[in-house]
Design a protein around this ligand. Structure first.
Ligand SMILES: CC(C)(COP(=O)(O)OP(=O)(O)OC[C@H]1O[C@@H](n2cnc3c(N)ncnc32)[C@H](O)[C@@H]1OP(=O)(O)O)[C@@H](O)C(=O)NCCC(=O)NCCS
Length: 365
């Protein structure tokens, strides 16, 4: 008989109560897996941040935990989008390094699939992560995605696991890291280069946490720019763009998680319209780790290095507002040439790749 027991994680209202042991063990388990994959817990969420995941009105978050001989040894975080993409479920599997290879991952994934089937989700998406050290491979040792460039190591146990569970590799993203603050000479040089490439008059606007009312509509329009992810099947793209109210809700959630957002946007002064923006999120309460989110520049402004201009300016804002910031992380599509070029100039170095896999549950019925 299996010694693995799977339950739904009970989520406490606060972290001060008595029944927080499982919740805290699950947060710590997630941190251990992050260290195992990336060699750092820089991107691990704190207990307070994790608690907020369960209060997101746009996504239902459920965690299944696996116990082996009583102790929690793994978990499946299940995200069910509620506003759009309601046919999808995202599953994050995390098995403690010491418990891997005992069938815990397989049982948890089966339980997660059963759960999401019950919620009428047709497609399950999982991710596998691979440090840069695993990527120096001969051609016949690589698995290519259905769409886009890049590859994953065929020898990886995560790849074997996903294939065995009937998932198909859809696309791949680069994970990279940049030390900050940028050297002053680099920052000045990149700003000067961007300024020299511009044909029109542009004005930069910067803010923390809350988009000024004046720019809400422009930011919503830029976020809705179609085709920001050409590799993913159209029906699986999250409906691009948000309403102004959606942006305000998202801002409130970020603040509730104890995170801070830094935005640099660029206005075409002639039209008085924002034509691009970039945003990063300060992750940890220590103020050392920042995460690069979206960078969008309207297509008709291509070739004027506006992406470079706003990304460098945002790095400058970061070092002024959060002088203790030491690292910025980002995931970028493998064939997102523009972003990758600018990231390279800023000093981002590859830290690994992540593969997005999907399984169509509908076709299995
Ligand atoms: C990937 C992960 C979830 C697997 O969990 P696990 O409990 O170690 O896996 P299981 O013991 O249930 O193994 C299930 C299948 O994975 C594959 N697998 C497991 N260990 C393997 C190994 N050492 N070599 C090759 N394949 C292996 C096998 O196909 C196995 O099936 P089998 O036993 O019938 O041959 C776990 O390693 C993990 O948490 N990794 C880090 C986070 C991550 O990448 N999560 C996303 C995974 S989609």
């Amino acid at each position: 008989m299996s010694r693995i027991k799977i339950d739904q994680l009970w989520v406490p209202d606060t972290l001060d109560g008595e029944d927080t042991a499982d919740f805290l063990a699950s947060v710590e388990g997630s941190r251990q897996v992050q260290i195992h994959i990336w060699g750092t817990d820089d991107l691990a969420a704190s207990a307070a941040e994790t608690l907020q995941n369960f209060r997101d009105p746009y996504e239902w978050y459920v965690v299944l935990i696996a116990r082996l001989d009583g102790g929690i040894v793994g978990q499946a975080g299940i995200v069910l989008p509620l506003a759009d993409s309601t046919h999808l479920a995202y599953v994050t599997l995390e098995i403690l390094p010491s418990a891997q290879g005992h069938g815990v991952g397989r049982e948890l994934l089966e339980a997660a699939e059963q759960f999401v089937r019950g919620e009428n989700r047709r497609v399950v998406v999982v991710e596998t992560h691979h440090p840069v050290s695993a990527l120096a491979l001969a051609e016949d040792e690589r698995l290519k995605p259905a769409q886009g460039a890049g590859s994953l190591p065929l020898s990886s146990r995560e790849v074997a696991f996903a294939q065995r569970a009937d998932y198909h590799l859809q696309h791949i993203e680069h994970f990279s890291a940049c030390p900050v603050p940028l050297p002053g000479t680099l920052q000045d040089g990149l700003m000067a280069e961007a300024a020299a490439a511009q044909h029109g008059n542009f004005t930069l606007h910067q803010w923390l946490d809350r988009c000024p009312d004046k720019w809400l509509r422009d930011i919503a329009a830029l976020e809705g720019d179609p085709g920001n992810d050409p590799d993913w099947p159209a029906e699986d793209l999250e409906a691009g763009g948000r309403t102004a109210g959606g942006i305000r809700d998202a801002e409130a959630l970020v603040l509730a998680r104890g995170r801070r957002t830094l935005v640099t946007a660029v206005e075409d002064t002639a039209s008085g319209t924002l034509v691009g923006f970039t945003s990063t999120t300060m992750l940890s309460t220590l103020g050392e780790v920042d995460f690069q989110d979206d960078t969008v520049v309207a297509n008709e402004y291509d070739g004027q290095l506006l992406g470079q201009l706003i990304m460098v300016a945002n790095m400058e804002l970061l070092s002024v507002q959060f002088p203790k910031a030491r690292r910025v992380y980002t995931w970028t599509a493998v064939d997102d040439g523009g972003c990758t070029d600018v990231n390279g100039k800023l000093g981002f170095v590859p830290a690994g790749v992540s593969g997005q896999w999907r399984k169509d549950l509908g076709s299995l019925r």
